[in-house]
Design a protein around this ligand. Structure first.
Ligand SMILES: *Cc1c(COP(=O)(O)O)cnc(C)c1O
Length: 347
């Protein structure tokens, strides 16, 4: 087959990924950092992320469902393990009992379903987020003997903010742990790690910050960008004063200047919120997005890089807090939404 080079690429920095995990592991103190690699490692590619972090020493991996677990379990080495955060449905049981992964039991229904297998599991305690997890009353009443519980965990709802909910979830978790015979205890996601040692327990579960997300100021200087969306220029043209650009003419030139049309659009996860707000980079030169982002095309101002021409590559400014401000999207949405058209390559 004749190869057709991609028009959009994701440059993924493997050293930055490993450095971020090491930073989060160090910040976790005596606790060991795992890695949330659900949703294809937030869009980066879960097999590559698992391999790189496992080689760096990471042992606990978290996915959302059993399809994700099946794709990855062949990669596990030594004492590494995969936890399935969304638990185990009746429909999952045939695969779950032969899988190397373990479920996070989120409800008493799931506990009853798993109990007879005598296989390892984790247990999710509801400490106040009221998403998945078993309530305190059910935990206290149940006889947990006979279940092989590895991690007793809970999840913080607002770790990216300084709000009283963090301390109250911490206290609730500590109280309920008395009744939950897990070998290990875990509470914190990326932002939770930055809340301090009382939130660390035995293992932490960072996701977003592995991939460059910085949701607390403590993380801002020490977490590195991992994901760099790149695209090619399809055409350059010169606008004259008064020329309108793109759908619904959301940009009108106030001076004559050159623009470039890029082979990327909202179908690549570069959503409409970047219209007239986003920035691309050629080297260190900033090239503002002009007008509305189309499905497969974006226009940028190349006044400051007028040497650019068809087939040159530019990179989206995608430092996650900055891109979040530009677009109004969350840092999570920005990376999980990047889509299938990218040629993902690691450097
Ligand atoms: C996704 C997830 C994480 C990772 O959270 P980040 O905010 O991405 O660090 C940890 N624990 C649970 C239960 C999750 O669902």
């Amino acid at each position: 087959m004749i190869e057709i080079p991609a028009t959009v690429k994701l440059r993924l920095d493997g050293d930055a990924l490993v450095s971020n995990w090491q930073t989060l592991d160090r910040m976790s103190g005596s606790a060991s950092a795992g890695a949330a690699i659900k949703a294809n490692a937030y869009g980066l590619g879960s097999i590559e992320v698992l391999q790189r972090l496992q080689a760096a020493g990471c042992r606990d991996f978290y996915v959302a469902n059993w399809q994700e677990a099946r794709e990855l379990e062949g990669q596990l080495e030594g004492d590494s393990c995969i936890s399935v955060l969304n638990g185990v449905r009746a429909d999952d049981m045939p695969f779950a009992i032969v899988s190397a992964a373990k479920p996070v039991l989120n409800s008493m229904e799931q506990v009853h379903r798993w109990k007879n297998t005598s296989l390892p599991c984790d247990v999710m305690i509801n400490s106040g987020m009221n998403r998945l997890g078993i309530n305190r009353g059910d935990i206290e009443q149940y006889d947990w003997n006979g279940l092989d519980i590895d991690i007793a965990m809970s999840h913080l709802a607002s770790a990216d903010e300084d709000v009283p909910q963090n301390a109250s979830q911490l206290q609730e978790f500590i109280d309920v742990l008395e009744y939950t015979p897990g070998k290990r205890r875990s509470l914190s996601n990326s932002a939770g790690i930055a809340l301090g040692s009382s939130y660390h327990f035995d293992c932490t579960r960072p996701g977003l910050s592995l991939y460059g997300g910085k949701q607390r100021t403590e993380l801002e200087k020490i977490i590195q960008q991992v994901v760099f969306p790149e695209t090619q220029i399809l055409q350059v043209r010169d606008l004259s004063i008064g020329d309108k650009l793109g759908y619904n003419a959301k940009y009108t030139a106030k001076r004559a200047h050159p623009i470039a049309i890029l082979a990327m659009g909202y179908a690549d996860g570069y959503l409409r919120g970047f219209s007239n707000e986003g920035v691309f980079l050629s080297g260190n030169t900033k090239l503002p997005v002009l007008g509305r982002v189309s499905m497969d095309l974006i226009a940028i101002d190349i006044s400051d890089a007028s040497h650019l021409e068809e087939s040159d590559w530019v990179t989206a400014e995608y430092d996650l807090p900055i891109a979040s401000d530009q677009s109004g999207l969350s840092q999570y949405e920005l990376i999980t939404g990047l889509g299938q058209r990218y040629d993902r390559y690691w450097v």
